[in-house]
Design a protein. Structure first.
Length: 94
């Protein structure tokens, strides 16, 4: 039996679906911010500490930090670190 792409089931996410390292770390940090585990005003751990915690490269962490900032959850200051500034992503409307 063949399942067509128009099948309603085809559009559903697969449980246990593999995530990229960036998606995994981004989801985990975003969830921690949104749930209040990491509070507004708190500084995130350094890139090195995050890379070690998640066993990923610094490149992955930099991409995650850029994504969090683009979503309006954090602000990064050179030499100071990355700080949480909001608990929910900005809803951008164009």
């Amino acid at each position: 039996m063949s399942v067509g792409t128009t099948d309603a089931f085809a559009g559903r996410p697969v449980v246990g679906q593999r995530l990229s390292a960036v998606d995994y770390v981004l989801r985990d940090l975003r969830d921690a911010v949104e749930s209040g585990v990491i509070h507004v005003g708190e500084r995130l751990p350094s890139e090195s500490a995050l890379a070690a915690r998640y066993s990923v490269s610094h490149t992955v962490i930099r991409e995650v930090l850029r994504s969090l900032e683009a979503k309006g959850l954090t602000v990064t200051r050179d030499g100071k670190g990355t700080f949480v500034v909001a608990t929910h992503p900005h809803d951008l409307m164009f």
